[in-house]
Each structure stands twice: as C-alpha cells, then as structure tokens.
Ligand binder design. Structure first.
Ligand code: F6R
Length: 370
C-alpha cells in the first residue's frame, strides 16, 4: 500500500529518517552501542585482522561508505568488493578474515555465492540484511538486521541509509570490543551523531524536496549527468549516478573529485550538469578547498554546477548554479545526508520524464540469478 504517495519509491524516500531510527532502536544505551545479536563474538572481533565487505550495487556503495568509518574506529584494514568479482579471483582468506555481506533482499545470488565461498575457505561471515530469515543471513555466522521496513520499489533508497547505519553500529561495537584508544566519551559522541541523523534527513526532505523537483523538471531533457565527490562523498557520487541510470535511463557517472584532472574533465562541455558533493570545511579545510577549486575548474569550462553543501558554507556560492543544503554533521555522517537530495533528484527526473519509478525497465527487485 502506497499510503497516499504517488509511488512506493516516494513513500520509501520519505521513510529514510525512520529507516535510520529503527535500525538504531534498542541498539544504543547510555551513549554505548549494544548489539545483542553479536554476544559471544568478542573473541572473533578481537582477533580479526582484516574485514572484506561484499555486496552488489547500492549495497556495495553502502559498504564503501562504511569502510571509512570502520577503518577509522577499529583500525582493522577493510576492503570492499563486488560479490561477483570477489569469488573469481582466488582471494586470500583465513580464519582472521571477517567477511561482511550487505544485502537488502538477502537473496542476491551473486552475494550469496560469495558468502558461501568465503565460508568454505575458512573465513567468518557476518550478514547485514533487511529481510528477516532470508537466505544470506541463514548462510552466515552472524546477522545484524537493518530495520528499514519492507522496500518495494526496485531502486534501493531507505535500505541504503539503514545499511550505513548498521555498518556504523558494527564499527563502534568492534572498536569498543578491541579496546581501541577511543575513550567512552568518543563512542558516545558518535552515537549522538547517529541519533541526530533522522531529524536531519527529515529537515532535508522538508526544505529541499520542492526545489529539487523543480530542478529535475528543468533538466528533463538532459542526456548526461556527472557526479563528483571526495572521501565519503565519493561513494555517494557513485550512488547518485546509479540511481539516475536505473530510474531515468540517462547516462550518469560518478567520479572521485580528485580524479577529475586525470581524465574525466575532458567530458566537460558547456551546459554539462555536474552534481558536486562538497565536504564540510570543518572536516578538512584543505579537502574543502580542493573540491571548491574543482568546481571552479569545471565551471570555467561551462559546466552547470549543482553543489550539495552544508548549511552556512558560503565558499561555493560564487561558483555553483544551484546549492542544495544539508544540515551540519560530523564528516563521517555526511553521506547519510548528502545522499537524500540525490535520491529525490533521480526519482523526480524519472517522474518528469513520465517513467515508472517503482518498476524501471529490465530490472528486478532481487536478482536471484548469477
Ligand atoms: C540499486 C539497487 C541494486 C541493489 C543490488 C543489491 O538501486 O537496487 O543495485 O542494491 O541489486 O541488492 P540486495 O541489496 O538485495 O542484495
């Protein structure tokens, strides 16, 4: 039931704040992360020397975001791999390897086969999944469910923010078990940041939705859109491009902003729309400056720049054609906010083109063949 919304996707994007809140519910107490499902795994988390995240599509982008937080908090090296690539390259696996799979459906065959492969070769497996009792969690040693609620639209939206939330909870949990040099106060600071995310997403939906829809309306004839991001904004650029391809059937590509001068800048011609996810200057003044200078460079070549920047960042104003605002958050948490305008945009552009956003052509909600 669409509950009065024009599509399941519109409903599910509006549920992004709840997807995060429900994934946190019962898992934070007095500023600490508590995950009862992981009781009895302290020894494994203490001894693990490497984490490999495997997933496909949007779930893999959630994994890429999670890598930054997991490495920062746990100091365990994290690799993120597409499930279908992982299994065919003779990966190095041993009992010190923890393989974390991410899947909304829990039935994606590529991911399932990779989990089985990892298990057969002696790695420990943990599943982050949105569907209770699905095959992938049943094949895994441990499960952390996301509680995004049923996702009906083919394109994944609320499950994505729930997956990042679950990875962050997992990262904070492992960091505490390992007694890493992070004090309890630091853990509670991160927990507070997580708890503030639902309200911040709601604010974006409230304040920016209409403007993004208008922007999409103007851009209905666009043939190609580029997305640039840096650090945690990079996987968000990939996610923005994937959503636009699958829903609006137009060419879209995401790049690491620093990669621009190594090739992609050749694509910039007058009128080319480029979304740029601008990192907070509070995170790294240097990184912020570099992204702003990337904006200047593409603008000088005629690009039409749509910046996604935190409230109060005025440095982008002289160079961007449009600025979509996200509330202030600690840098690692910005992806949970920056992705929201991109989900709205892809949906709005597909709608402006008269397409069915719930059932894009050629796609299935769960891909049960390899
Ligand atoms: C993108 C999308 C797909 C899925 C991918 C994995 O919007 O929906 O890329 O993310 O097929 O699906 P799950 O998470 O069910 O394993």
């Amino acid at each position: 039931d669409k509950g009065g919304w024009s599509s399941f996707m519109a409903k599910e994007v509006s549920e992004e704040p709840d997807a995060v809140a429900n994934t946190l519910r019962g898992r934070v107490r007095d500023g600490h992360v508590v995950i009862p499902e992981l009781d009895g795994m302290d020894e494994l988390f203490t001894n693990v020397s490497r984490i490999i995240v495997i997933a496909c599509g949007t779930a893999a982008y959630a994994g890429l975001v999670g890598k930054y937080a997991l490495e920062q908090w746990t100091r365990i090296p994290v690799d993120v791999e597409l499930a279908h690539e992982f299994r065919y390259r003779d990966p190095v696996l041993d009992p010190g390897t923890l393989v974390v799979s991410i899947s909304q459906s829990g039935e994606t065959m590529d991911t399932l086969m990779a989990v089985k492969y990892a298990r057969e070769r002696g790695a420990k497996t943990l599943s982050i999944c949105n569907t209770q009792g699905a095959t992938i969690p049943r094949e895994s040693d441990a499960i952390v469910y996301t509680h995004a609620g049923p996702e009906v639209a083919v394109a994944s939206t609320k499950a994505f923010v729930a997956q990042i939330t679950a990875l962050y909870l997992l990262g904070l949990h492992i960091a505490r078990v390992r007694g890493w040099a992070r004090s309890g106060t630091e853990e509670s600071m991160q927990v507070l940041e997580l708890e503030a995310i639902p309200g911040k997403i709601a604010r974006i939906l409230e304040r920016e939705q209409e403007r993004i829809e208008q922007l999409a309306h103007w851009m209905a004839d666009t043939r190609s859109v580029l997305f640039l991001g840096r650090h945690v904004g990079y996987p968000i650029a990939l996610e923005g491009a994937l959503k636009l391809k699958e829903l609006a059937y137009i060419h879209a590509e995401g790049f690491a902003a620093g990669e621009l001068k190594h090739g992609p800048i050749a694509l910039i011609e007058p009128g080319q729309p480029v979304f740029v996810i601008v990192p907070s200057p509070r995170a790294s003044a240097d990184m912020h400056k570099k992204v702003v200078s990337s904006i200047q460079e593409i603008r000088a070549r005629g690009a039409r720049v749509i910046a996604i920047a935190e409230e109060g960042d005025v440095a982008v104003l002289p160079f961007a054609d449009e600025v979509l605002r996200i509330p202030l958050a600690e840098p690692l948490f910005e992806p949970l906010l920056a992705v929201v305008p991109l989900h709205i945009f892809a949906m709005a552009l597909a709608t402006a083109k008269g397409l069915d956003v719930d059932q894009p052509r050629n796609l299935a909600k769960s891909v049960t063949v390899e």
